[in-house]
Design a protein around this ligand. Structure first.
Ligand SMILES: [Fe+2]
Ligand SMILES: [Fe+2]
Length: 435
């Protein structure tokens, strides 16, 4: 039942993303492979840069779940794709063969990180190059041997790759199998990122758009472009530079600014149960670092925001009070996950509703009590929230404090994603998604 609900919700979301029906059509075909209980396993925007190729491989190498017959890839071209910009090449019929051992090919110019390939395949096997137009989609089995040639153009070749599986699939332990090498590599990268033994029981997805190899990666070119944008010499379409923000942030954090986290807050229309309300809270509840006086939020409206679509409401002066205990409010219609609130606050204290125009930004202290009401419109109310802190801030241990409950909840969520025992030392600055 839960799986059916998840499948129905997935259809709704994808249907919405694709406008009227494009995504729904994809799922119609996906269902032929996975059955009705569809799980979206992973989605990639593949932005293939000039020059890189992808060795022949089977996607199942990256997937620690089975059975393979209930997994399918939907690969959609976002523009005209042919041999010139590195189209897919497939070896028809190879999906009937077993999973083969994969490793890095010995290519002269190197190969991208995690781009494993098969050495042992029939070199005389017929190959088909898939010339595709924008919007064309190909569905293929995770055992089909495929790859892509070099992108000989100067542009980035774009496609969307989505892997779907039946909810009846189960995870497998890849220890002792040919998939052990990719698991080891991914865990090694996770350990590097977390700078400790992450202990993560990683369920690894396919990294087609993984990091670029040192041979073709030129960070300097991005730095030069970034500096040009900052100087106003380059104006990429659709990019808005909020250059004045940091000038004000510095007043709170001092000159050594760290960007702690950034959110696009896309507050959905309320379903009628008032669950899009955000209870009164202090952001510091979510932050295991101090001192609070060196942290600030810059909250920018992306459109006109008022009480109708759920503007911010603040209790002026409350930033001078201590951090209060937070928990889920006892609201009849429920409340979003991680939306903790304060029960113990002065109910007669003045509240200010912040009506804002597109581009207006408000800066506030992480102890300021604030929240937002439900969105009563049919549109999504959009804002950008960025938290900055001084680089002199330090992490604290929240054990035994009022912040222990949010840490516990986040760890439980992480365990659900990564499997039990993911004893990650989480320095969590995860904040609520739809403030
Ligand atoms: Fe692939
Ligand atoms: Fe907040």
């Amino acid at each position: 039942m839960e799986q059916q609900r998840a499948g129905a919700r997935l259809r709704m979301i994808l249907g919405h993303l694709g406008g009227s029906s494009a995504r729904a059509v994809v799922l119609k075909y996906v269902e032929c492979f996975t059955g009705p209980n569809i799980m979206a396993m992973h989605t990639m925007l593949i932005n293939k840069p000039p020059d890189t190729g992808h060795p022949l491989h089977q996607d199942l190498h990256y997937f620690p779940f089975r059975p393979s017959n209930l997994i399918v890839c939907a690969w959609t071209a976002m523009e005209h794709i042919d041999r010139n910009n590195g189209c897919l090449v497939v070896l028809p019929g190879t999906h009937k063969s077993p999973l083969k051992p994969h490793d890095y090919p010995q290519w002269e110019g190197g190969v991208n990180s995690m781009f494993h390939g098969i050495q042992d395949y029939d070199q005389d096997h017929a190959r088909v190059h898939l010339v595709m137009e924008k919007g064309d989609t190909v569905f293929f089995h995770p055992l089909l041997i495929h790859g892509s040639g070099r992108n000989h153009t100067q542009g980035f070749r774009k496609a969307i790759s989505c892997h779907f599986a039946s909810a009846d699939c189960h995870y497998i332990d890849v220890k002792g199998t040919s998939q052990e090498n990719i698991e080891k590599e991914i865990v090694g990268i996770a350990d590097k990122i977390y700078r400790t033994h992450s202990g993560l029981d990683l369920k690894v997805a396919h990294p087609t758009s993984g990091p670029i190899a040192p041979a073709s990666f030129h960070p300097r070119q991005f730095q030069i472009e970034f500096e040009k944008i900052c100087r106003g010499e380059s104006k990429p379409e659709g990019l808005v530079v909020m250059r004045d923000i940091l000038k004000y942030v510095e007043c709170f954090t001092g000159p050594n600014i760290m960007a702690m986290h950034t959110m696009l807050v896309n507050k959905p229309p309320d379903t009628g149960k008032k669950t899009s309300r955000h209870p009164l809270h202090q952001d510091l509840h979510y932050f295991p670092f101090r001192p609070s006086n060196l942290i600030v939020c810059a909250w920018t409206a992306m459109e006109h925001i008022d009480r109708n679509n759920g503007c911010l409401v603040v209790l002026p002066g409350t930033h001078k009070g201590p951090l209060k205990p937070h928990d889920y409010p006892q609201w009849e219609g429920g409340v979003n996950a991680f939306y903790h609130g304060i029960q113990d606050y002065d109910q007669v204290r003045a509240q200010v509703h912040l009506m804002m125009e597109k581009g207006n930004a408000v800066f506030f202290h992480p102890l300021l009590i604030h929240g937002s009401d439900r969105n009563q419109t049919q549109g999504f109310r959009k804002a950008i929230s960025c938290h900055f802190a001084s680089a002199d801030c330090h992490y604290i241990d929240v054990k035994g404090t009022s912040q222990e409950n949010i840490e516990k909840e986040l760890l439980e969520r992480a365990n659900k994603f990564y499997g039990p025992g993911s004893n990650t030392d989480m320095k969590v600055h995860l904040h609520e998604m739809t403030k």
